[in-house]
Design a protein around this ligand. Structure first.
Ligand code: ADP
Length: 170
């Protein structure tokens, strides 16, 4: 398993699956969700309508339509509420469940945005640590050593936090 950190726009990536930080309706929103829907085209919203929402920490998969990625894995991160509402475990579930979904669909590569760290207000450093530690844990013992996980930082600060967390956990 390889973890790669890069700064950029997740909608441009040629990977098997990109993860969307969606809201529970799955009917589109701002931030990375809006960018993914704009880039994928209106068929994505049509498929999302059939899914009837998604619970926090869970995920649902659709096709990628006009995106370079084959699939979109829509996951719903927790809204930050001070940290005592199970936010860390729910955020960890988003990463774990998305990786499992990708592996079940025989994906070789998956790219994540920094789930919950935008509109949902999760502190960026804690979120980066959860992302890295959960990814390392959930890919342990994976037979497929070529599986690639990309962490896509939209801003420089998030990129730096990922690099720091990588040093801490690897
Ligand atoms: P949430 O509601 O889960 O907080 P947001 O979309 O508001 O979701 O933010 C999640 C993260 O995605 C933030 O770090 C934001 O900067 C980042 N982001 C926004 N647009 C993009 C994009 N096109 N590619 C990658 N990351 C993005």
């Amino acid at each position: 398993m390889h973890i790669k950190v890069l700064q950029g726009d997740i909608t441009k990536l040629h990977v098997d699956a990109i993860v969307n930080a969606a809201n529970s309706s799955l009917l589109g929103g701002g931030g990375v969700d809006g960018a993914i829907h704009r880039a994928a085209g209106k068929e994505l919203l049509e498929e999302c309508r059939e899914l009837h929402g998604c619970k926090t920490g869970q995920c649902k998969m659709t096709k990628g339509y006009n995106l370079p990625a084959k699939y979109v894995i829509h996951t719903v991160g927790p809204v930050w509420n001070g940290g005592t509402d199970g936010e860390a475990e729910l955020l960890s579930c988003c990463y774990r469940n998305s990786i499992q979904c990708a592996i079940e669909h025989e994906c070789k590569s998956i790219a994540f945005p920094a789930i919950s760290t935008g509109i949902y207000g999760y502190p960026k450093e804690q979120a980066a640590e959860i992302a890295i530690s959960t990814i390392i844990d959930s890919t342990k013992g994976q037979a497929d050593s070529d599986f690639e996980v990309w962490l896509v930082a939209f801003d420089e600060e998030t990129e730096r936090l990922y690099h720091n967390a990588m040093l801490q956990y690897s």
